[in-house]
Design a protein around this ligand. Sequence first.
Ligand code: GUN
Length: 292
Amino acid sequence: MTVTILDGKLVAGEVKKQVARQAENLAKLGTKPFLATIQVGDDPASTSYLKAKHKAAEEVGIGSEHHHLAADTSQSKLEALLGQLNTNPKVHGILVQLPLPREFDEDAIIEKVIPYKDVDGLHPINAGRLSAGKETLVPCTPKGIVKLLSHYKVPIASQFVVIINRTTLVGRPLANLFLNRDATVTVCHSKTVNLAQTTRAADILVSAVGREDFQIKPEHVKSDATVIDVGLTRVEGKLRGDVDFDNVSPLARFITPVPGGVGPMTVACLLENTVEATKIQTRRGQKEPSNS
Ligand code: GUN
């Protein structure tokens, strides 16, 4: 069996078409979906991700605004901005680009976003719902991965999934999405011993490490496995993923490229979440919200 490349750019394009149709319908009914993003400081990677998010929002008819705060902004100033965005009826989605500068209490900031505007799906209420099997606003990268697999009809139920990442942004929500779809899931991380022994058993292997000194090699991968590369590292000026693509792809049944794999799916799912959040809020009829 030859390898199939999971084309994230192509599938993201289809998701964006659907989102554009839904955004148009909402606008016709009087509510144009609207996304507010916040960046604190000048991390170049964050700047380029945000640029891509705003460009994509414009393409599908989602309004957006960006708030750029200096790195030395106080926690309370950022919280005050979130308070304003939470109560602004024009704004349906709020995204605080992570990571925040070290001085910030990131968890407190995430909890400050009202859950039904939390298009990143990171608020403990949304994360808790996901872990209880109820998917409302789901983190964009995990959602994009599952959508990409579904598009290519890669089976998930009863498959052994190994995820190398335990963050609240990627590994944990992704493990829950797979569990909700009846996979058997193992989560690996920096303290895992015998990583290759575990990953070699995976039917679906997801790697989201993003370190120069880490690479998924053929000895990590079972023949005919599905390999999802979420890593993005700059090595000698060039961006590369976690996976040694040239040597691993001949072994795999399905594999994502970098770039053009998971990245575009993340952006498409942010747009989808913004439309979803808009629908939740128009159902509420814009009345003063309770905390859910
Ligand atoms: N930093 C890297 N990826 C993401 C993401 O999906 N959302 C946010 N808010 N920050 C990120």
